[in-house]
Design a protein around this ligand. Structure first.
Ligand SMILES: NC(=O)c1ccc[n+]([C@@H]2O[C@H](COP(=O)([O-])OP(=O)(O)OC[C@H]3O[C@@H](n4cnc5c(N)ncnc54)[C@H](O)[C@@H]3O)[C@@H](O)[C@H]2O)c1
Length: 330
């Protein structure tokens, strides 16, 4: 199947997150955004009142049959992502799907395979790869080698709410931390260890502690919870020479670069190593003022023209990619 040349856009899902996508489509792709599909009459009414110029409907088949539509943006609950993405790809449309792409590896691989075989763009909404502070960490500091080898990453994504019932806390917001760690290390996990606990219900975990091993011995530990007293959105990267703290809640200094570390000295006369602690200055780099979602959507729409992206938006493809078996845990 050849890639579509039509430049129209359809969005599926206008719940909590969908309105952010709609706002950006209206602002940056107004002439191209044609349809919005949602199963909920209330959400359709809301969308129609905000965007009277758009065809707001529950009829996805009719929208997918519209030959002027070349790209579909999916922002529905996670369990529906793989099937909706497949359906849109079947109809010959490029697809942007919110994270996570799917809830099983088999589904993720099969959707990616389908897009690849059809020559269609499939992009997953890993928004944090477009956050200026994350890009700064990656492009300037880590790529430039300023912090030395990355030793470990620690992230916390905590709050009281938004409690979900269909997926656990990690599926809900943990993909952000995994995508940040993959992006920063420029690699993919070698192994994963995860523990979670259900305190509020019997089916999904409210708090999860996930440790991910990357090549070169880099450890990433991710603490994710919707049952926590404080809103925390923090990623700490400890390098051999310097350390970074990205605190998304800190409006004035989202990213801090600490000239801190520990240097090993010669062993003393008893054979025990001595260490010199470095407690140098802290620097706050200037960050671009852009909305990550706008950059992300722009990237997707550009890719639909060049058809240059399959499933990943940044970083390197995993060694097992494409379509062989994913790595197993130790
Ligand atoms: N990138 C980010 O930072 C970010 C932030 C929040 C949510 N998200 C993602 O956005 C997606 C949506 O999350 P949400 O919190 O808005 O969910 P939600 O449940 O609030 O909204 C989903 C909407 O999709 C509609 N819907 C469900 N199934 C449908 C179908 N088959 N066809 C058409 N409409 C359908 C529902 O009626 C609802 O209006 C999730 O994948 C979530 O992970 C991403």
């Amino acid at each position: 199947m050849s890639a579509p040349t039509a430049d129209g856009i359809a969005q599926i899902g206008f719940g909590y997150w969908g309105p952010n996508l709609s706002r950006n489509l209206a602002a940056h792709a107004a002439g191209r955004w044609r349809h919005l599909v949602d199963l909920s009459p209330e959400r359709r009414d809301k969308a129609a009142s905000l965007y009277p110029q758009i065809n707001v409907t529950e009829d996805l088949d009719k929208v997918l049959a519209d030959e002027t539509v070349g790209a579909v943006i999916v922002s529905t609950p996670a369990a529906s992502h793989a099937s909706l993405a497949r359906k849109a790809l079947d109809a010959g449309k490029h697809v942007f799907v919110e994270k996570p792409l799917a809830l099983t590896t088999a589904d993720a691989v099969s959707v990616a395979e389908q897009a690849d075989q059809a020559g269609l763009v499939l992009m997953v909404g890993h928004t944090f790869e477009f956050v200026p502070a994350v890009r700064k960490m990656k492009e300037i500091i880590i790529d430039a080698g300023d912090i030395g080898d990355v030793l470990y990453i620690h992230s916390q994504r905590l709050n009281l709410g938004r409690i979900q019932s269909d997926i656990n806390a990690f599926w809900s917001i943990g993909p952000h931390d995994v995508s940040i760690a993959n992006y920063l290390t420029g690699s993919n996990p070698e192994w994963v260890s995860a523990r979670g606990a259900r305190y509020l219900n019997e089916t999904v975990e409210d708090v999860t502690f996930v440790t991910v091993g990357y090549p070169g011995g880099i450890l990433a530990h991710m603490h994710v919870s919707w049952l926590d007293p404080s809103k925390t959105r923090k990623t700490t990267v400890v390098g051999k020479d310097k350390m970074l703290v990205y605190d998304d809640i800190d409006a004035d200094a989202k990213l801090k670069v600490y000239d801190k570390g520990a240097d090993r000295l010669d062993a003393d006369s008893y054979g025990a190593y001595q260490y010199r602690l470095r407690d140098g200055e802290m620097h706050v780099p200037r960050l671009e003022m852009v909305e990550p979602l706008a950059t992300e959507l722009k990237h997707f729409l550009e890719c639909t023209v060049t058809a240059s992206v399959r499933v990943r938006t940044a970083g390197t493809a995993p060694a097992w990619w494409p379509y062989s078996k994913p790595p197993t845990s130790p």
